[in-house]
Design a protein. Structure first.
Length: 126
């Protein structure tokens, strides 16, 4: 019996849209929870957001397996355009459940922050 490539190389993802009027308190912007076989996976996230002013601060953080939060800080360069935060990393998965969460907050004193969409993916590559 042959093995089909997509029976082995899985791709899981979650997309959230329209998380509006984000405050300076971290707010959930996406979560993914799956159960997968052991292997090498590519984990990624992207967030597309707008801010009400140039040079405002947007804060993003993520965690895997319910562990410690890792935080990113981005500064808007132009209030008239969408901004993107993208990050990927390899993950050696022992098998079983995998979870990832994303949260977002605006910097203290920053103007409006709207998340247009956020994505999380967990793709087996080996």
């Amino acid at each position: 019996m042959s093995v089909q490539i997509f029976d082995v190389l899985t791709h899981d993802y979650n997309k959230e849209v329209d998380i509006l009027n984000v405050t300076d308190t971290f707010t959930a912007a996406g979560s993914l929870s799956v159960t997968r076989d052991a292997g090498i996976y590519q984990v990624g996230m992207s967030v597309n957001w707008t801010s009400g002013a140039t040079n405002d601060i947007a804060l993003f953080r993520y965690r895997t397996q319910g562990g410690a939060w890792r935080t990113f800080k981005r500064e808007t360069k132009d209030a008239a355009y969408n901004n993107v935060m993208h990050y990927e990393f390899p993950w050696t998965h022992a098998g079983g459940s995998f979870t990832m969460d994303i949260e977002v907050a605006k910097g203290s004193g920053s103007a409006d922050l709207d998340v247009l969409f956020s994505n999380i993916w967990f793709t087996r590559v080996g």
